[in-house]
Design a protein around this ligand. Structure first.
Ligand SMILES: Cc1cc2nc3c(=O)[nH]c(=O)nc-3n(C[C@H](O)[C@H](O)[C@H](O)COP(=O)(O)OP(=O)(O)OC[C@H]3O[C@@H](n4cnc5c(N)ncnc54)[C@H](O)[C@@H]3O)c2cc1C
Length: 336
């Protein structure tokens, strides 16, 4: 049984910063994440993309932000259970929570802070019968490291920002040998600037744009070698390619947390904005996973929520102690 002051479910940017803020109050944290690495969406979906709205960082790569957050939390020696989704929650005899993962690892603490973001990640997959046979053999649903596509032929599918941005990035930086963007409509859902850029690059021959068409079949011998594209008026064409990357977004799914008796609204956990507590005393929800009036799913908002949640957690754990806000400039960082 892993024992700690706060079990943080989700090691995304908000969970990581919550560890730091808890540490300032001398509260120890243990993080659980279903992914094998910390960083949440920043590490899993867009590690090489620059973020421009983190206070004090005019520009920072998402992966670098995660590295910095890990460094910032380090003095407070957080524990990690990675690659295991939190499955169940129960109360033990002295009123503490016991969170058990899919692999049976048990964690005990008086406080649980859920920083589960979009929940357990599930990419939306196109309905191609044999797609599963080519997963990680030429089919990827997320671009983690663009250099993986060095000098390769890539067929990207989708009409949103991810599909547009990555097509531009792989073609503009001359990473991929060829970029083909396939979209089932002739209009796109992404930012107008990105749409215009893709159209311009298609006219310049830098991207091959095929609209009103869908990838409907895949072939290859143990590894992807071609996609079958069905065009609404021109019928089927076969394209030789090394990679097929359908970027249709992620299915938001709270996963097991949805069954924990928490008040849920639109796939997110309802919280009290005084301290981001849920309807279950001792359980808080911060970051993308929560909902309240005027909620913004931004990293900086999650940082604020985590900060207030740990103040409230401190008062629950030590009702007799008065917590006086101390500036880090005055007290520095006193790690464990
Ligand atoms: C392409 C893209 C660009 C973005 N750009 C920006 C930007 O410029 N600025 C900005 O502020 N925001 C941006 N965002 C949004 C930002 O990434 C999110 O607001 C942020 O990641 C939320 O952090 P989080 O820690 O709450 O959740 P997440 O990053 O989603 O992390 C949650 C973690 O919880 C884990 N988890 C969930 N359920 C369980 C469970 N049952 N057991 C164990 N682990 C679990 C997940 O595996 C995940 O690792 C962008 C998002 C995307 C997709």
């Amino acid at each position: 049984m892993i024992q700690t002051d706060i079990i943080v479910i989700g090691a995304g940017p908000v969970g990581l910063f919550t560890v730091f803020e808890a540490g300032l109050l001398k509260l120890r944290c243990h993080l659980i994440d279903s992914l094998p690495q910390p960083g949440g969406q920043c590490s899993e979906i867009y590690p090489k993309k620059p973020i421009y709205d983190i206070p004090g960082f005019p520009e920072i790569l998402a992966g670098e932000l995660v590295d910095n957050l890990m460094k910032q939390a380090e003095p407070f020696k957080p524990g990690f259970t990675l690659g295991e989704a939190a499955l169940t929650i129960a109360n033990n005899s002295d009123g503490k929570f016991v969170v058990t993962t899919v692999k049976g690892t048990k964690h005990e603490a008086p406080i649980v802070i859920i920083a589960g973001g979009l929940g357990v990640f599930e990419p939306r997959k196109p309905p191609i019968e044999n797609i599963i046979d080519f997963e990680d053999r030429g089919v990827e649903y997320i671009i983690k490291d663009p250099t993986f596509y060095n000098d390769k032929n890539c067929v990207i599918a989708g009409g949103g920002d991810s599909a547009l941005d990555w097509s531009i990035f792989l073609a503009e930086n001359r990473i991929a040998k060829e970029v083909v963007l396939v979209h089932r409509s002739s209009s796109f859902r992404g930012h107008l600037d990105s749409v215009q850029k893709v159209i311009d690059m298609a006219e310049q021959g830098k991207i091959k744009l095929i609209t009103e068409a869908e990838v409907t079949g895949l072939s290859g011998n143990g590894k992807l070698s071609a996609v079958h594209i069905t065009h609404q008026s021109r019928g089927e064409m076969v394209y030789e390619t090394d990679h097929f990357i359908p970027l249709f977004g992620l299915k938001p799914s709270l996963g097991p947390i949805a069954d924990w008796g928490l008040e849920i609204e639109k796939n997110a956990i309802k919280v009290n904005t005084l301290d981001y507590s849920t309807n279950i005393p001792g359980i808080y929800a911060v970051g993308d996973v929560n909902t309240y009036e005027n909620k913004l799913k931004l990293i900086l908002c999650g940082f604020h929520e985590g900060t207030l949640a740990v103040q409230s957690a401190f008062a629950r754990i030590y009702p007799e102690k008065k917590n006086v806000l101390k500036y880090t400039t005055v007290n520095g960082i006193q790690g464990f």
